[in-house]
Design a protein around this ligand. Structure first.
Ligand code: ATP
Ligand code: MG
Length: 569
């Protein structure tokens, strides 16, 4: 492509609305433009990168034997009513009315549509297993669209759905997708981890996320320093502390703590470390009064773990005034586990504390020198907290480290949720109708572009790994407008590289070299060739990789071979 014919400008200024680097660089380099909150246009350079991502995804899906289809973005409400998600999905689902006042949704995902296809097309076990996939636009009305295309409302997903006669086949199909995803993300040169994930409301038996490691990631992941264990912090089990609880040494006393609402304030005032200041959270119960959850002051509640406990309402909700009154017998004061008239769960680590501080269930009062068993009954032990740096790994090997990740893919053994609800069955070998089992496998195609930039940039701009680069090479001639020799040689080189199958961005603009170099670096083209009068006289041009600091002189006659070797290497 000749840059002189390209109408989109780059900018030096960091756009104010962009919080993360990838978003800033995508705007500055002119890859995307925002049209409304969470809704973007892809401009030529951005689209070229997006297509590279799509092609890798498509090649690996095809290699794994999946069949590409294209389902409609607009789906009739009836299908969503059949699966019950019309009521369950919530405000992320964009609902539409047509001119006949019929209800539709703009698909946030396609389980319903694909299950409808499967129940019509698949009749016999002989047609199984099968995996249908598509690469398509989704809409989710996210509460907080942000970080550009990373958490958008409209975005492109690769979604695949597999259908199976039995569990063993589902597990095989799942393993094939796990391998295909590993190949794709490796080809894209992303630094990623396969992470155990929650199977959510759907249940399902296994689920893993592919997380690209980046400080700007929205997910916290726990990884072991000694083996391959990796789990989303939502899910990672916190092991109970080793050894027995220390014996009580202090006696119970009540202390005035006026206005001290935080653990930090109480801890400082009572000169007790936060790990011995316990916090009590009252949440709504699934039956009757509230449930109390007790944690160490320095630990964080894990909602997902808590809402799975018997008696706790799911999704987790903080107790309302009526429930608090029922549990404490009074108004909301400084909560503590003594004298509560409700079920109490204590996190393993909180249960390990002795001589602890806690709220006294009365305004401005705390208790100290409190001991389980002596001052109040032993509560039920549970895993209630998020793991933290240094916790023992649930794999039994080493310590956990908490890192941030961007979820670029998700694979999931769904089981029969949709096939049961929508009655998708085939006849087995004995002629009996069997409900099919399903797996589903998503990839955030547009999100990958941002994730790659998060991992590949410097202060001057993007640094594309060759497989995702919008162009392999940027060709920068010096003094093109004045020197007929340079123009002739640059035009010839541009043609020769193109003929060798190399994608070249030819900067034939009438601009200063400094401007051209800066744009090439911002755009992140991995290989750069500079052709000037001096080099031309010596029959060579200057090569530099985007990550390198030194130039190399390459004889003009062998430039194409040299670049090809770099692309393949
Ligand atoms: P998240 O936890 O990030 O909201 P999700 O669990 O809702 O993700 P899935 O329903 O599994 O995501 O969707 C499959 C893939 O689509 C995700 O792994 C992610 O890469 C991508 N994705 C999901 N939501 C968005 C979004 N709002 N913008 C861009 N990509 C998204
Ligand atoms: Mg989501």
């Amino acid at each position: 492509m000749r840059l002189s014919q390209y109408p989109i400008n780059t900018t030096k200024e960091t756009p104010a609305e962009a919080e993360v680097l990838s978003h800033q660089l995508m705007l500055r380099a002119g890859l995307i433009r925002r049209i409304a909150a969470g809704i973007y246009s892809w401009l030529p350079f951005g689209l070229r990168v997006l297509r590279k991502v799509e092609n890798i995804v498509r090649e690996e899906m095809n290699r794994a034997g999946a069949l590409e289809i294209l389902m409609p973005a607009i789906q009739p409400a009836e299908l969503w009513q059949e699966s019950h998600r019309w009521a369950e999905y919530g405000p992320e689902l964009l609902r539409l009315l047509d001119r006949h006042e019929r209800q539709f949704v703009f698909g946030p995902t396609h389980e319903e549509v694909v299950t409808d296809i499967a129940r019509r097309e698949l009749r016999s076990y002989r047609q199984l297993p099968v995996n249908f996939y598509q690469i398509q636009t989704k809409f989710r009305d996210e509460v907080r669209p942000r970080f550009g295309v990373m958490r958008a409302r409209e975005f492109i997903m690769k979604d695949a759905y597999s259908f199976h006669l039995h569990e063993a086949s589902l597990r095989e199909g799942y393993a094939a997708m796990r391998e295909a995803y590993t190949r794709m993300f490796t080809r894209m040169q992303l630094d990623f981890r396969v992470v155990q994930a929650d199977t959510g409301a759907i249940g399902g038996s296994a689920s893993e996320e592919f997380q690209v490691l980046a400080d700007s990631g929205e997910d916290a992941i726990a990884i072991s320093d000694s083996d391959a264990f990796a789990a989303n912090v939502e899910l990672a089990a916190a092991a109970p502390p080793a050894g027995a609880r220390a014996q009580p040494r202090q006696s119970l006393e009540q202390v005035a703590t006026p206005g001290m609402k935080t653990i930090a304030a109480v801890s400082a005032f009572l000169e007790t470390p936060p790990e011995r200041c316990l916090k009590t959270l009252l949440v709504e119960a699934s039956d009757g009064v509230a449930v109390a959850l007790v944690l160490r002051g320095d630990h964080e509640l894990n909602a997902l773990k808590a809402q799975k406990l018997p008696g706790v309402a799911s999704p987790l909700r903080m107790a309302g005034a009526a429930s608090i009154r029922a549990a404490t017998g009074g108004e909301a004061g400084y909560l503590g586990p003594l004298g509560l008239k409700c079920r109490i769960y204590a996190d393993h680590a909180a249960l390990h504390a002795s001589d602890f501080v806690c709220g006294a269930n009365a305004p401005d009062l705390h208790l100290r020198g409190v001991n389980w068993g002596r001052d109040l009954p032993e509560p039920t032990a549970a895993d209630l907290r998020n793991v933290v740096d240094g916790d023992a790994s649930p794999s039994g090997q080493g310590r956990l480290q908490i890192v941030r990740g961007i979820e670029v893919g998700h694979i999931f053994q769904l089981g029969s949720k949709y096939s049961t609800a929508m009655n998708a069955a085939v006849l087995d070998e004995s002629g009996k109708a069997v409900t099919m089992l399903m797996g589903c496998y998503g990839i955030g195609v547009t999100r990958i572009v941002a994730a790659s930039i998060e991992q590949n940039h410097d202060e001057r701009g993007i640094i594309w790994p060759t497989p995702l680069a919008p162009f392999h090479v940027v060709l920068i001639p010096l003094n093109l407008q004045k020197s007929a020799e340079v123009r002739a040689a640059a035009d010839a080189l541009y043609a020769a590289l193109g003929a060798a199958g190399i994608e070249v961005l030819y900067d034939d603009r009438d601009a200063r070299p400094g401007v051209k170099f800066a744009d090439a670096e911002l755009l992140g083209i991995p290989h750069r060739l500079v052709l000037g009068e001096r080099g031309l006289a010596a029959g060579s041009c200057e090569y530099r990789h985007r990550r390198a600091t030194e130039n190399e002189d390459i004889p003009l006659a062998s430039v194409a071979a040299f670049i090809r070797a770099r692309l393949e290497g």
